[in-house]
Ligand binder design. Structure first.
Ligand code: PMT
Length: 410
């Protein structure tokens, strides 16, 4: 099972008798190559010691939200960001109720709210508690928030009852955790992504650029790593941190991006052009700062612009191009203009992005797109760029494999 290799799992342990099984769960996860950070509630510490879970996970166990020392080492937000997956096993009725109610009154609930990683719970409780209508209502609420439930299973319980509420066995939890990561779908695939804006220099203190923050491209890079790809990210100037396990090539201008893309194209299987590349640059970059005329407030300034190379079109035009996916940032006739770019730039897929809405597109945390191809048109509803990136990568991965099979049989 390759899917958990190099994945970062935050394992939440809450206070139920099944907490002793968390030790075995950690062993399974680490054996499969996952890195595990354990977060325990105070009740969990009554059932199993942090020392045991620390020894098995090879990482300090996180216990308190308000511990300044622990926060300085790896705070709750950092943990939330670090995780590729947050798995709570066992998840007690109390924990599920608190999560369903949106409470953030300990470290585990806080990080569950803060994370954008997939969140999975393995419920464990007495059969009566599981059957209780309030618990069932909480489950429904959690499922509606895209939180996955693994189990529970049916059988004899520690309290002597028989019925539903037993925590799934650790091997089954691990299998379901692996299923969260679509793949394998990009294992062994080399994938290059461009992200962020480009900056076109006017003089030593001024430039032309756009509002791209890099969030969409960086989320795609992270999702591609999660799906098993080896990722090269060619990035314009942004202020967000680079995702881990990604080779980043920093560039500034469109011409530098063009050069970096082609200089590292050898062996790439998939190319995704998410960067907002400046279509034009000043014909001439001035060596000295342009000085305004202090005596002429109505003075105008002409800057002559010339076209930049079309990077994605030049990748499609290669003799043996990779599978090429573009983005189209449009403010009107979004689907029509995107379809036109798909054909004109000879792309395999294009992601149509309506950038007229400030809540999606440039700089926002969320996005809403449609993905178009020869035989494909799928709309992905509004979600965080991280969630959307995972969905896009699934579609891109599937289309790539179909394309590859067609190429090989041609
Ligand atoms: O970075 P964020 O703040 O998260 O914002 C994300 C985004 C809005 C930038 C992103 O989702 C997006 O839509 N990126 C494409 C922006 C763009 O330049 O679109 P376009 O329609 O002008 O270009 C079409 C395609 O050609 C794009 O794949 C672009 O990378 C590529 N292109 C454009 C011009 C050029 N000279 N070279 C190119 O490769």
């Amino acid at each position: 099972m390759q899917r958990l290799r190099n994945k970062r799992v935050v394992l939440g342990v809450t206070g139920g008798i099944a907490a002793y099984k968390s030790a075995e769960l950690i062993r399974h996860l680490t054996k499969l190559g996952a890195e595990v950070q354990v977060v325990m509630t105070s009740a969990a510490c009554e059932f199993i010691t942090p020392l045991t879970l620390q020894a098995l996970s090879h990482n300090p166990v996180h216990l308190d939200l308000l511990d300044t020392k622990a926060e300085a080492a790896m705070g709750h937000i950092e943990l939330a960001r670090w995780a590729d997956l947050v798995l709570v096993a066992p998840a007690t009725a109390d924990f599920m109720a608190r999560l369903a109610g949106g409470l953030a009154n300990d470290l585990l609930t806080t990080l569950c709210l803060a994370t954008s990683a997939p969140l999975c719970l393995a419920p464990a409780m007495n059969q009566g508690m599981w059957r209780d209508s309030k618990t069932q209502q909480n489950c429904q609420e959690l499922l509606e928030r895209n939180i996955r439930l693994f189990g529970p299973s049916d059988g004899s319980q520690a309290c002597g009852d028989i019925g539903p509420g037993r925590m799934l066995e650790p091997e089954l939890i691990v299998e379901q955790a692996a299923d969260v990561f679509e793949s394998d779908i990009l294992t062994g695939i080399n994938l290059m992504i461009t992200a962020g804006p480009t900056r076109e220099e006017i003089d030593p203190v001024r430039y032309i650029s756009n509002y791209s923050s890099g969030k969409m491209g960086y989320a795609l890079a992270e999702a591609a790593v999660e799906a098993g790809a080896t990722v090269t990210l060619v990035s314009g100037p942004v202020t967000i941190p680079a995702p881990d396990r990604v080779s980043v090539i920093d560039v500034t201008s469109a011409r530098e991006m063009h050069q970096a893309v082609h200089g590292n194209m050898n062996g790439q299987d998939i190319f995704i052009g998410c960067a907002a590349v400046s279509d034009y640059r000043p014909e001439e970059i001035l060596r000295e700062k342009i000085k305004k005329d202090p005596d002429n407030a109505s003075e105008t300034l002409d800057i002559r612009l010339v076209r930049n190379p079309d990077i994605i079109a030049s990748v499609s035009a290669l003799e043996q191009p990779p599978f090429v996916v573009g983005f189209a940032a449009e403010t009107q006739n979004v689907l029509n203009y995107a379809a036109d770019k798909l054909n004109r730039k000879q792309l395999d897929l294009i992601v149509a992005n309506d950038v007229s809405d400030r809540e999606i597109g440039f700089s926002s945390d969320n996005n809403e797109v449609a993905i178009l191809g020869k035989d494909l048109e799928e709309t992905l509803p509004r979600a965080s760029k991280k969630v959307l990136a995972r969905k896009l990568l699934k579609i891109i991965g599937r289309s790539y494999h179909t394309w590859k099979t067609e190429q090989e049989s041609a």
